[in-house]
Design a protein around this ligand. Structure first.
Ligand code: SF4
Ligand code: SF4
Ligand code: SF4
Length: 428
């Protein structure tokens, strides 16, 4: 099997095809700390793309409540269990060597376990060999986009859920959080690897992973192989469908919104009420590495500040949606979900650098994709100590530019204070 380099696991890995990389890659950062679980994103996607017959249970975007929720039900627990079985059989562990961290090329160290591609080579199913370790969910498992909504872990305090100490950060005794999920438009997609019809492809211009509806014959190998279960089967047409990253918007082909033809954010991103999402495009080199682009906000958050992390990087598909992990959740759970970069990411988010605080203001301030930002320094407005260390807040202004280099947003750290004039006091 060919070898490809996966920077998220810090090493080469087996992949059924040679590495072929797009010029630009669709990517996004989701800040879990801010999500209110309103499902506006879910409905924005559903009302745009999956409102037809046979798509009733199809949610290309869903927000699930962790630790108990999942769409399809238990998707991650089931795959982790399958992976664990292979590791146990092989006498291996899904561990990381974080001491081998090395800049942007190996930011989290080296994953020493098996990816879904490597594990598949060591396991045989009754149906034969798989290209990526996976399973086919039952129909019943797709029923709920957020089963177990708001169900927290068992309370570890006193009786009746009352605690004399209360709950405080950094970690709560009882907890849950919302996990926002779309297709990750992976660098090494398992859906693409598994398709026997070669009906799935990754676009050169933006790295978006699509299913060719004319070639697909509905074998459901993509549904089985996608570790994130973001390829879905439509029973009325008997072919598979998935998130298309709203590519007409990425192409800037909606003259009502972008007469100048610049990329705009997807439906689920631009509808986000909690302002938790920032979408971008990152430039990719011929070797598959992100080209250094210091003032691209996604590059800054993922590669420079390392505050946003991939979901289950150990699966090996190199997903391109990155998460700022929730501060209040036990670290062991988060390390399993986002890898060993969790502690550093939370530390940096809790006491953000001056630049990070400014860049965080860009989330959901414009529909246009921001390719570059610039910061205009303002005065110090607040100081305190965080975890015993001094910390100061500056009222900096961050300016975002679109693909053509035009300014599309200008926002300051401190929200401006507007006083409504007397004639408009009760004008609603
Ligand atoms: S998340 Fe799943 S469906 Fe999307 S590109 Fe990755 S493997 Fe394919
Ligand atoms: S990117 Fe577009 S197609 Fe994909 S989940 Fe979001 S709204 Fe749906
Ligand atoms: S719209 Fe935003 S805040 Fe609401 S559930 Fe979706 S990601 Fe969370």
């Amino acid at each position: 099997m060919p070898k490809v380099y996966n920077w998220q696991i810090g090493r080469e890995m087996d992949y059924p095809y040679e590495g072929r990389y797009p010029r630009w890659q669709f990517a996004a950062v989701f800040n879990i700390n801010r999500c209110i679980g309103c499902q506006t994103c879910t409905m924005a996607c559903k009302s745009t793309w999956t409102f037809s017959k046979g798509q009733e249970y199809m949610f290309w975007n869903n927000v699930e409540t962790k630790p108990y929720g999942g769409y399809p039900q238990h998707w991650d627990v089931k795959l982790l269990r399958l992976l664990d079985e292979v590791h146990q059989k092989e006498g291996l562990t899904m561990s990381w060597d974080a001491s081998q961290k090395d800049g942007a090329r190996r930011p989290y160290g080296v994953y020493e376990g098996l990816t879904v591609f490597e594990a598949a080579g060591k396991r045989y199913t009754p149906e034969g060999h798989q290209r990526a370790l996976g399973y086919l969910p039952t129909d019943a498992e797709w029923r709920f986009p957020n089963i177990g909504e708001d169900v927290a872990t068992p309370y570890e305090g006193g009786p009746f859920g009352l605690s004399k100490e209360g709950a405080r950060l950094p970690e709560h005794k009882t907890w849950f959080f919302y996990l926002q999920r779309i297709c990750n438009h992976c660098t090494y997609p398992a859906c693409l690897a598994a398709c026997p019809r070669q009906a799935i492809y990754k676009r050169d211009e933006d790295g978006v992973v699509l299913i060719d509806q004319a070639r697909c014959r509905g074998y459901r190998k993509c549904v089985e192989a996608c570790p994130y279960k973001k390829a879905m089967f439509r029973p009325t047409t008997r072919i598979s469908e998935k998130c298309i990253a709203c590519y007409p918007r990425l192409e800037g082909r909606d003259p009502a919104i972008t007469p100048d033809g610049v990329p705009i954010e997807t439906r689920c991103m631009s509808a986000c009420v909690g302002k938790i999402r920032l979408q971008g495009l990152v430039r990719i080199g011929e070797d598959g590495e992100w080209v250094e682009d210091r003032y691209n906000p996604i590059y800054f958050l993922v590669k420079v500040e390392r505050v946003a992390l991939p979901l289950y990087p150990q699966f090996g598909t190199a997903p391109n949606v990155y998460y700022i992990p929730p501060r209040w959740v036990p670290r062991a759970y988060l390390r399993q979900m986002f890898g060993p970069g969790v502690d550093e990411a939370i530390e940096r988010y809790t006491a953000p650098s001056r630049e990070l605080l400014a860049v965080l203001q860009l989330f959901r301030t414009t529909q246009k994709v921001i390719f570059r930002y610039e910061i205009i320094e303002g005065e110090k407005v607040f100081e305190t100590t965080i975890h015993g260390k001094p910390w100061a807040m500056y009222n900096d202004t961050v300016v975002g530019y679109d693909k053509n280099g035009q300014e599309v947003v200008r926002v300051s750290v401190q929200e401006p204070f507007h006083v409504r004039p007397p004639q408009h006091w009760n004008s609603i």
